[in-house]
Design a protein around this ligand. Structure first.
Ligand SMILES: Nc1nc2c(ncn2[C@@H]2O[C@H](COP(=O)(O)OP(=O)(O)O)[C@@H](O)[C@H]2O)c(=O)[nH]1
Ligand SMILES: [Mg+2]
Length: 494
């Protein structure tokens, strides 16, 4: 390969080792690719597959999943017979592949060695929960003969027992030895491994630097996009309302629960869509997420406790000013009337509350989270549902979305069990993750920016770009605060 070709080549890492040592797991996590087949489902794979890590169609590096050695000792004997001294070793490996490629005798060895001879760095995966065996030496010896950067990767060191022996032998043959558990490794560990590659492959250092920069930049971009997505969602959910026709014969009281249910269904769908978008950002589209359903009762009267208000850093009076009570319903009528509708206004569920002073008495009367206003349009009756009356709705939704976001950020792609978040989001209880982990100023800021949105919704005015920006800031701060206190996800699959 000439210098120009070399410069254009993607940095490539060939992951090699025996079957069932965790090679595909390492590939999946390093390439952030959930389509890599792992474990039993992968047994029959007998070819090299390249997984490229790319952003917006530009590839930055590739990780090669290989079938693993089958007859390393015999292969090494063949090579030994053809290499008089160290200078002939690379040629002996090349000659071996040249002589056996396409044949049955050493098909696995040929397949995994080809990309290495073409310049891939080697990641030799060892499973420290299994003992070292002398025949592994032949595998390592062959890899050493290629002269490519060789990293010994200790996957699964939790067994402990065999780690010492593995380390000693890997240190003998590899340029460096690292611990990397593909089922727990996070972003920093991936970057750490890329830095090791960089040190070992000076000719590829520039291209690996580009890849590391892209990884870092993409990580920041994803989070910024996720925060913006969550803010957009909170605004859509909190401000959501709709009109529905009601025939003259229909009794609003009778249809009330159906209307409310479909209103809540829309909110749930908005949430599901947002959660899918977040998962897609982190390349986790197939990941199953277990999260308590967003329940209507959780959004109703039980939220209206003074305790929760204090947790949000707001007084009942501030919340009331945000539209939990007050003349909001009148505002709705005014707006709609201006739009040409004549309304015979009927409010249900105690939406017409007094001011903050009458709040305590009013709380007992709040039963319906969605405000329903009925009106007439040229003889036809219409009913308006929403915006949601609960000032804490936004906090509940943001809390749940942030928990998911943290879960996604910490989830390596090799892990395929469901991401379990159930019981995690517990607004309005005092130990809700979001409320608990936020410092009083961060709590207040998030609570305040959500109340501002809620108030705008009640008054049926558009939420301004500035208000959305403030909400994004508050969400980013909340995420930071949660990250500091959040426990990592339980690793219970071992
Ligand atoms: N707990 C745990 N299990 C792992 C790890 N790496 C691999 N495994 C499991 O070991 C099995 C084989 O993994 P796989 O990546 O397919 O190995 P390969 O045959 O070498 O490609 C699968 O059941 C994996 O879930 C790890 O780091 N931690
Ligand atoms: Mg595999």
């Amino acid at each position: 390969m000439n210098g120009e070709e070399e410069a254009k080549r993607l940095p490539a890492f060939a992951v090699v080792g025996r079957v069932n040592k965790g090679k595909s797991s390492v590939v999946s996590t390093l390439a952030e690719d959930e389509t890599v087949r792992i474990g039993r489902e992968a047994r029959t794979t007998r070819k090299v597959t390249a997984y490229r890590w790319s952003v917006d169609g530009t590839a930055y590096y590739e990780v090669l999943d290989t079938p693993g050695f089958e007859r390393a000792e015999a292969a090494l004997s063949w090579m030994r017979a053809r290499a008089g001294d160290a200078t002939e070793r690379f040629d002996a490996v090349s000659a071996f592949v040249g002589a056996h490629e396409g044949g049955d005798e050493f098909s696995m060895e040929c397949r995994l060695l080809s990309p290495v001879l073409e310049g891939a760095a080697i990641v030799y995966v060892a499973d420290a929960t299994h003992p070292w065996r002398n025949h592994f030496m032949a595998e390592l010896e062959i890899l050493k003969w290629t002269g490519r950067p060789l990293i010994g990767l200790l996957n699964r060191t939790d067994g402990g027992k065999f780690e010492k022996a593995w380390r000693a032998h890997l240190r003998d043959c590899c340029h460096t030895v690292r611990v990397f558990d593909a089922h727990t490794a996070g972003f920093e560990e991936r970057i750490g491994l890329m830095r090791v590659f960089r040190e070992l492959a000076p000719e590829a250092a520039k291209r690996i630097d580009v890849a590391i920069d892209a990884l870092n930049q993409d990580w920041l971009n994803r989070e910024a996009e996720a925060v913006a997505e969550i803010a957009r969602f909170a605004v859509s959910a909190v401000t959501y309302s709709r009109d529905e026709p009601l025939s003259d014969e229909e009794d609003l009281q009778r249809r009330r629960s159906e209307i409310e249910a479909s209103f809540h269904d829309v909110l749930k769908k908005m949430e599901t869509r947002t959660h899918h978008r977040l998962a897609r950002l982190y390349r986790h589209e197939r990941l199953r997420v277990v999260l308590d359903e967003l329940k209507t009762p959780a959004l109703e009267a039980d939220l209206f406790t003074a305790k929760v208000w204090r947790n949000l850093g707001l007084t009942p009076r501030q919340l009331a000013a945000g539209g939990a009570a007050g003349g909001a319903a009148v505002g709705v009528v005014g707006d709609v009337a201006a739009g040409g509708l004549t309304f015979g206004v009927l409010t249900l569920g105690g939406a017409l509350l007094g001011g903050a002073g009458g709040l305590a008495a009013a709380l007992g009367r709040i039963q319906s989270p969605a405000r329903i206003v009925e009106g007439t349009l040229q003889g036809g009756r219409r009913v308006r549902v929403g915006p949601h009356r609960n000032p804490l709705l936004g906090s509940v939704l943001v809390d749940r979305a942030l928990l998911l976001l943290l879960g996604l950020q910490g989830r390596p792609h090799a892990r395929r069990d469901p991401l379990r978040l159930e019981g995690a989001a517990r607004v309005p209880e005092e130990n809700s993750s979001l409320l608990r982990s936020l410092s009083p100023p961060a709590r207040k800021e998030l609570g305040h920016s959500l109340v501002v949105v809620h108030r705008a919704a009640r008054r049926r005015r558009k939420v301004t770009a500035k208000e959305i920006a403030a909400l994004e800031d508050a969400i980013a701060q909340a995420l930071e605060a949660m990250r500091k206190t959040e426990q990592p996800e339980n690793d219970d699959d071992s």
